[in-house]
Design a protein around this ligand. Structure first.
Ligand code: PRT
Ligand code: ZN
Length: 225
């Protein structure tokens, strides 16, 4: 699969990282047009194919060597890495660089009426999250027992719906927490978008293309600072 002569880059199809991922590649001189119905977009001027997928699929595609590069939130990368280590699946890849978008934090939050002193206040609670592995790592480090409630979406409504006592979710401005009568108590992970590379051997041509894209990214991001 990864023996394709063209460089494969996985980016988010639609969502918070997709526009900026496409924009960054365009700023690096990769010319392509996206057809919303199509999974793959071929670059016109370089041997590069863009794979447009759900963000959750990107780390696995890179770790399995199905694609060469991926643009992904560090939160999703780290969550998948812990998950795969637990399951003894390939979990290695190389982070080439952090990017200048996708900033957020994974935080614990509780209802406004909850009296929070420190992390031990969470002992025995049920926490709703889409990030069970990052949550478990934090709670184990603190030695806190808890139960989780796995939700892929609408995490912020779980306490009001009586599904959980608190949540562990991504926060950027804090407006969603506030709108749902919750407040942030602990930041457990800080995240940005990043570029990752598969650890599979590359042909010299493909590696040279990766080096060229990365060097252009460095220039583009430096110019935006
Ligand atoms: O469909 P697909 O699976 O690809 O997308 P998705 O729905 O899983 O992800 P998406 O597009 O919502 O987010 C993609 C990535 O953007 C995340 O994995 C993060 O790396 C990054 N990111 C940055 C964020 C946010 N900021 C963010 N604020 N992802 C989600 N949020 C959500 C958060 O979950 C909460 O619902 O925004 C809400 C909080 O925002 P504030 O501003 O109200 O605090
Ligand atoms: Zn997702």
């Amino acid at each position: 699969m990864s023996q394709s002569k063209r460089l494969r880059i996985a980016i988010q199809k639609s969502g918070r990282l997709s526009k900026e991922s496409q924009q960054l590649l365009k700023s690096c001189g990769v010319k392509f047009n996206v057809n919303e119905q199509r999974l793959i977009a071929h670059a016109d001027n370089m041997p590069i194919d863009l794979l447009r997928v759900r963000d959750d699929d990107i780390p696995g595609l890179v770790m399995d060597g199905v694609v060469d590069l991926g643009i992904i939130g560090e939160n999703v990368l780290e969550e998948e890495q812990i998950e795969r280590q637990t399951l003894n699946k390939p979990s290695a890849c190389t982070k080439l660089r952090e990017l200048d978008f996708g900033s957020c934090r994974l935080s614990l939050a509780v209802p406004n009426e909850f009296e929070y002193k420190d992390a031990t206040s969470l002992e025995g609670l049920r926490i709703a999250t889409s990030y069970p592995n990052l949550l478990r790592r934090f709670m184990q480090e603190k030695g806190i027992n808890y139960s989780d409630c796995m939700l892929k979406g609408s995490v912020e409504v779980a306490p009001r719906a009586g599904l959980s006592d608190g949540i562990c979710d991504l926060v950027s401005t804090g407006a969603t927490l506030e709108a749902n009568g919750l407040y942030e108590t602990e930041v457990i992970y800080r995240s940005m978008a990043c570029v990752i590379q598969s650890n599979e051997d590359q042909t010299p041509e493909k590696q040279a293309l990766i080096d060229k894209i990365l060097s252009r990214m460095n220039g583009v991001i430096r110019a935006r600072e």
